[in-house]
Design a protein around this ligand. Structure first.
Ligand SMILES: Nc1ncnc2c1ncn2[C@@H]1O[C@H](COP(=O)(O)OP(=O)(O)OP(=O)(O)O)[C@@H](O)[C@H]1O
Length: 300
């Protein structure tokens, strides 16, 4: 089975602080949700894995080959959807994919069939001959996925792929990615925790350039099992509680507030323990700062 091993990977941009520090991960087939706050280092990690950026230290190994020395070995098996993916609006989807396929050096004889196949995978066959300027944001994202698939990659790197999608497009996108993740390594960087919940088999939480937590979504939920609370409070009680603990959701009901809170102990006598969502668990884990390592699940 294909394996990507990241070992003690670090990146320092010129004269700046470390954007990534000693990240180690072993990735096998499945969907990896890469999560973390703005500026955590996710894009830096993805760009290194996409062989577009050289790390300051550390190594990346693809099936035993040192990727930093031989980037072309991984590039051959790589599909990358950058955060700022753009298209040529005057081209149709089919023309655009042909063009990208030619740039990727795919054989012209096989390319026509391959373009048809990837259009099918992303459900764009019917719209393939429309100009891209008439596509919605979600359709453009699907073209973005299609171009990553032209070379039948074993590693798929997707940076914020669902930004700007409407709910229906998001559902379709999730289905496409879930299918692709069955036999590939898919690395999906996102701020949208519901996407991780819907698709990811594993999670890596990056914070301040470090790997803060990693495990399955179920393990993340387990770690937050007893720290999420709900209470219906009046305004004064709510104002008090919001200074005491992290509030993950607020629903106003007339003069009352239904609050969802994250706290290691009961934050208010009215609060009852409830099951965490992945969003709660993520907020809890994020709240556990790197300086507070004893609270974290040990990294295996
Ligand atoms: N080219 C660069 N030169 C200098 N510093 C950079 C450069 N690119 C990123 N950084 C810094 O490195 C850190 C990590 O940035 P990065 O874009 O990898 O984070 P991110 O987790 O992808 O953030 P976001 O979720 O906002 O996209 C940030 O402090 C950022 O300002």
């Amino acid at each position: 089975m294909a394996t990507l091993i990241i070992d003690l990977l670090s990146k320092r941009y010129e004269k700046q602080r470390w954007a990534l520090q000693d990240i180690s991960l072993q990735l096998d087939a499945g969907i990896w949700g890469l999560i973390g706050p703005n500026g955590a280092g996710k894009t830096t990690l993805l760009r290194i894995l996409a062989t577009l950026l050289t790390p300051t230290r550390g190594s990346v190994t693809w099936n035993g080959t040192d990727v930093l020395r031989h980037p072309q070995v991984l590039r051959h098996h790589l599909g990358y959807l950058p955060q700022d993916f753009g298209v040529y609006p005057q081209l149709t989807a089919r023309e655009f994919l042909h063009y990208i396929g030619e740039l990727k050096g795919l054989q012209t004889s096989a390319l026509k069939r391959r373009v048809d196949e990837v259009l099918e995978v992303v459900h764009l066959t019917r719209d393939a001959d429309r100009r891209l300027k008439s596509y919605s944001g979600g359709m453009i994202r699907r073209v973005g996925i299609a171009q990553t698939l032209l070379n039948d990659p074993q590693v798929l790197i997707l940076d914020e792929p669902t930004v700007g999608l409407d709910p229906a497009e998001r559902v379709q996108f999730r289905e496409t990615i879930t299918t692709l993740g069955e036999e590939r390594i898919v690395i999906l960087s996102t701020h949208i925790i519901s996407d991780v919940e819907a698709m990811a088999s594993d999670i890596a939480l990056i914070q301040q350039g470090q790997l803060h937590w990693r495990g399955t979504p179920e393990a993340l939920l387990d770690d937050a099992a007893s720290v999420v609370w709900s209470a219906t409070l009046n305004s004064a009680e709510f104002e008090h509680i919001r200074k005491q603990c992290q509030v993950s959701q607020v629903i106003r009901r007339g003069a009352l507030v239904e609050a969802r809170m994250i706290a290691p102990v009961q934050p208010h006598p009215k609060a009852i323990n409830i099951r965490p969502t992945l969003e709660d668990a993520y907020l809890y884990m994020q709240g556990n700062t790197i300086e507070n390592q004893e609270l974290l699940t040990p990294l295996s």
